[in-house]
Write a new protein. Structure first.
Length: 244
């Protein structure tokens, strides 16, 4: 099935064609129609399966229609566990949306100076990509208005759980009072992630592309006992320098 059959905006189709994309990946094929129909989704997809495009393409499609609410706040919010992933999402949004007019994409990340972030947030924002801790800080300082937000994306939800960000994520979600779609993407959909999804999503469509077994096939685990911190550092250095 070609991308044209997904009913995305022609300018988005033009951009992805220039990037050499012709047919959607399984996660894109299943998720994009559900998102364009307005459903919440919880999806299991591994890195490298095209999941970023699975949520950014329909997000950009919604942005092609101007908002009726006069506000500087974001229309799309993407939460990611790391700075590196946030930058990847922002880069993808810029590439796929380059033919859409006046789309403003902003990243709010830990390590960035506050004056720069305050300046970025003082202007109208369409897509806001952020790490949870820094975004929550700006919310508590009254710097962000969610009155026109239409889509909340929780990217790599399992990693955010592992890194201790889920409480921040839930506090951010609770600060969004208007009706909106919520998307949860995770490498796996175990009981904990499903419980989080049940709290944050409304009657979500469940999409499962990868399984837990697929994730673990190529992982070998070892336990090395050490005598003290000095021994641990020496062993770690040895392992990092061992090419094999």
């Amino acid at each position: 099935m070609p991308f044209e059959n997904l009913n995305l905006h022609p300018y988005i189709i033009k951009a992805i064609k220039e990037l050499g994309y012709t047919t959607p990946t399984p996660i894109q094929k299943k998720a994009i129609p559900e998102l364009l129909a307005g459903h919440d989704i919880m999806a299991s997809a591994q890195t490298g399966t095209g999941k970023t495009a699975a949520f950014i393409l329909p997000a950009l499609h919604h942005l092609a229609t101007p908002s009726k609410i006069n506000s500087r706040g974001p229309r799309i919010l993407v939460l990611t566990p790391t700075r590196e992933l946030a930058l990847q999402v922002s880069e993808a949004a810029n590439k796929y949306g380059k033919y859409l007019r006046r789309i403003k994409i902003v990243s709010i990340l830990g390590g960035m100076p506050y004056p720069l972030q305050n300046k970025l947030l003082s202007q109208p924002v369409d897509i806001l990509v952020a790490t949870p801790g820094r975004l929550l800080d700006h919310i508590q300082r009254g710097k962000i208005n969610f009155s026109r937000l239409k889509m909340l994306v929780l990217d790599e939800a399992d990693r955010m759980l592992d890194m201790g960000f889920i409480n921040d994520v839930e506090r951010i979600a609770s600060s969004i009072k208007n009706d909106h779609q919520t998307l949860l993407f995770s490498a796996t959909l175990d009981n904990t992630i499903t419980s989080i999804a049940n709290r944050l999503l409304k009657s979500p469509k469940r999409i499962q592309i990868a399984t837990q077994q697929t994730k673990l096939d190529n992982i070998e685990q070892r336990l090395h006992h050490v005598e003290d911190i000095s021994h641990k550092i020496k062993l770690l250095s040895h392992l990092l320098c061992d090419i094999d």
